[in-house]
Design a protein. Structure first.
Length: 251
């Protein structure tokens, strides 16, 4: 095999447990309700109803597109316009954009990076490997990169690629090739680490990368798709890659 020169990671449920807490969602939608009331000059009564019909509506549109195995990424602002229009609000574009940012804050305020994950990234970077992220996410890429920096992950990776900026999702080969171009390493010298068999393992293998499936946050099983290796947690990765590279444990 060609020498290993880079590691690409999935983001959600690989580097972090990607979710929104109820508390963070309520806090975000209190601000969204106030913003709508200020623009629409009418009272928005029920917070939980607003969350269900807007946040829930957007989530359902995204989930439906994944269930249909659509490779084209959706536009998050368009999704919010549709969800808000469904409850009678036709809002200016700048207000919709502000609501997108406020909704995103529910994710930002719910995510943390395990210190051990940051240690893994530092270890790999110190060993001379280039690091990158390839993530399927409808959320805005600029806000995602702000999250990466806040979590301490951003400074430890050489590149990040989100489906929301390139327009296609894993397992489409184009998103993987974009990431390889940004880390300046070819597929043969790269391993992909992710939690999804079809999107991560199948997609990365399709462009010629080696693959590792992590079970830290998700336990996918499919006898038709086999990664080159499996790990139970990201903490196992540095030693595992040292073995692949024929290196000894650091002193």
């Amino acid at each position: 095999m060609p020498p290993l020169r880079a590691v690409l990671f999935d983001f959600g449920h690989t580097l972090v447990d990607f979710h929104r807490t109820e508390e963070a969602l309520r806090a975000a939608y209190e601000q969204i309700r106030a913003r709508i009331e200020a623009v629409a000059f009418m009272e928005v009564h029920e917070l939980l109803d607003l969350i269900e019909r807007v946040a829930g509506g957007v989530d359902r549109l995204v989930e439906a597109s994944y269930a249909e195995r659509r490779m084209e990424e959706l536009d998050i602002a368009d999704l919010f316009r549709e969800a808000l229009g469904g409850i009678g609000f036709r809002l200016p574009d700048d207000v919709v954009e502000h609501i997108v940012v406020l909704d995103h804050s529910a994710y930002s305020n719910s995510m943390t990076a395990d210190p051990q994950t940051l240690d893994v990234l530092r270890d790999l970077r110190a060993s001379g490997l280039r690091l990158g992220i390839v993530s399927n996410v409808t959320l805005r890429p600029d806000l995602m990169r702000q999250d990466l920096d806040r979590l301490g992950i951003g400074p430890l990776v050489d590149a990040s690629v989100f489906s929301s900026e390139v327009g296609v999702r894993k397992p489409d080969p184009r998103i993987f090739r974009e990431a390889l171009g940004r880390v300046h390493v070819d597929a043969g010298g790269t391993v992909f680490v992710g939690d999804r068999l079809l999107d991560d393992v199948g997609g990365a293998r399709g462009v010629g990368m080696r693959t590792i499936l992590t079970h830290q946050f998700r336990q996918e099983v499919d006898p038709t798709v086999s990664p080159d290796a499996r790990i139970q947690s990201l903490a196992e990765l540095p030693a595992f890659l040292r073995d692949w590279r024929g290196e000894s444990e650091p002193a």
